[in-house]
Design a protein around this ligand. Structure first.
Ligand code: FAD
Ligand code: UDP
Length: 381
């Protein structure tokens, strides 16, 4: 009856369901365990009339024109450049750490000396990971490296991952580089926009198609059975010969047969405040103080006239079965477990794994869309 069954109505699942239904004119069943579509991009308008991101701040940024063009089929955009400040030594400084941050934190003469040395070593406007900065054999830049490592990365990373920065893949902290210049924006991509009516509307438009059936509040294990020995997939008791696109946790799919993959979870405390604004920018990071990592004020992202404001205080949390696996934990050991699952998945000819959890990757939204569109191209041919 269904040519494809998609597990998960997040970005990966919804993009593929939409493409297959629209372009291939095939029947798709989408099975989603939450009560809503959109996965971690889900948002809603709260009682203050403010669009709130239920699973943490989501800012769309990409340099992939094809991804931007594709998503533009489902929404109008508002230009939005995300700004983040970090609370360091009692002051709020722009992140990525840049010349403006140095001017706030250091005496003028020293800040200028550091800036000159950075320009001598790196191109103006470039972004440099702190690990690259560490390699420069200069005493002042070594001081700068240690300062940024200790004041910005060490404690935030401990809170976020329960690990030191060296214990996770270097790409993770490289996501937040040092910027050689004065660009205070968190991202430097070509397209930086926010959907005018929020993300959920995009998903509604993607999935609103006569070829797509949506089953919410349903864990795939209620309708699927994976026969690990005979490498077959059963749907409602019968062997399923169509294709299954799976976007959930890869270890869960295979009954944890090679062990548990590590994930990190989060807890959000939402607060409605009787004031117009709470903070200067959308997100303020607190690397060193408190148990939470950051506070986001949604009015900065989706401007609205209101004398109230809504904030989300973000606490990293242990992942336990039943909580949300927000992030894969990128360690060498986890990678080797993941490789075993990936290898095993090749035994199932009608199974496609895509997305943050199924591919165990630190995908941003644009990466997931790009990946889903690539998979769709393979399906077409
Ligand atoms: P998900 O959104 O996780 O979707 C997977 C879906 O599968 C979920 O709906 C889940 O309920 C469902 N599912 C799982 N298991 C089962 C099951 N057993 N049965 C049925 N359904 C199941 N990206 C950016 O580009 N910009 C940002 O600013 C940004 N901020 C982020 C902030 C946070 C706190 C987090 C956690 C992520 C952020 N991201 C951001 C990344 C973005 O959320 C992901 O790239 C994107 O949501 C991944 O889509 P997905 O479909 O792979 O996964
Ligand atoms: N990070 C940090 N201090 C900060 C911001 C980020 O140490 O103020 C590190 C931390 O390890 C974090 C990683 O850089 O997990 C990636 O940060 P990003 O803001 O990209 O995280 P996300 O928005 O994906 O949670």
């Amino acid at each position: 009856m269904f040519d494809y069954i998609v597990v998960g109505a997040g970005l990966a699942g919804s993009v593929l369901a939409e493409r297959i239904a629209n372009q291939l004119n095939k029947k798709v069943l989408v099975v989603e365990k939450r009560f809503h579509i959109g996965g971690n991009c889900y948002d809603f308008r709260d009682s203050n009339g403010i669009i709130v991101h239920k699973y943490g701040p989501h800012l769309f940024h990409t340099s992939y024109k094809d991804v931007f063009d594709y998503l533009s089929n489902f929404t109008e955009w508002q230009i939005y450049h995300h700004k983040v400040l970090a609370f360091i030594d009692g002051k709020k400084v722009p992140i990525p750490f840049n010349f403006n941050s140095m001017d706030i934190l250091f005496p003028k003469w020293f800040s200028e000396k550091l800036q000159q040395k950075l320009i001598n070593n790196f191109n103006y406007g470039s972004k440099v990971s702190i690990l690259e900065l560490k390699k420069v054999g200069d005493q002042d830049l070594q001081f700068l490296y240690e300062f940024i490592y200790n004041k910005l990365f060490l404690n935030y990373t401990r809170k976020q991952w329960e690990r030191r920065p060296e214990e996770i893949a270097p790409e993770v902290i490289a996501r937040v580089p040092i910027l050689i210049g004065r660009d205070d924006r968190y991202f430097q991509d070509i397209y930086q926009v926010i959907p005018k009516e929020g993300y959920t509307k995009i998903f509604e438009r993607m999935l609103n198609h006569s070829n797509i059936k949506l089953l919410l509040n349903t864990d795939f294990r209620e309708v699927f059975h994976i026969d690990l020995e005979n490498r077959k997939i059963f749907f409602m008791g019968n062997e399923y010969k169509g294709k299954v696109i799976y976007t959930g946790m890869i270890d869960e799919l295979f009954g944890f047969k090679f062990g548990f993959l590590p994930y990190r979870s989060l807890r959000f405390e939402f607060k409605s405040l009787e004031k117009e604004y709470f903070q200067e920018v959308a997100t303020v990071n607190y690397p060193n103080e408190y148990d939470f990592t950051r506070i986001t004020e949604f009015k900065h992202i989706h401007p609205v006239n209101s004398n109230k404001t809504t904030i989300a205080i973000e606490y990293p949390d242990r992942y336990t079965i039943g909580t949300i696996p927000y992030y894969p934990v990128f360690t060498l050991e986890a990678q080797s477990i993941y490789e075993k699952y990936k290898e095993f998945s090749y035994n199932f000819k009608n199974l496609i794994l895509v997305g943050r959890l199924a591919e165990y990757k630190y995908y941003d939204m644009d990466d997931v869309i790009k990946r889903a569109l690539e998979i769709f191209e393979n399906e077409k041919s």
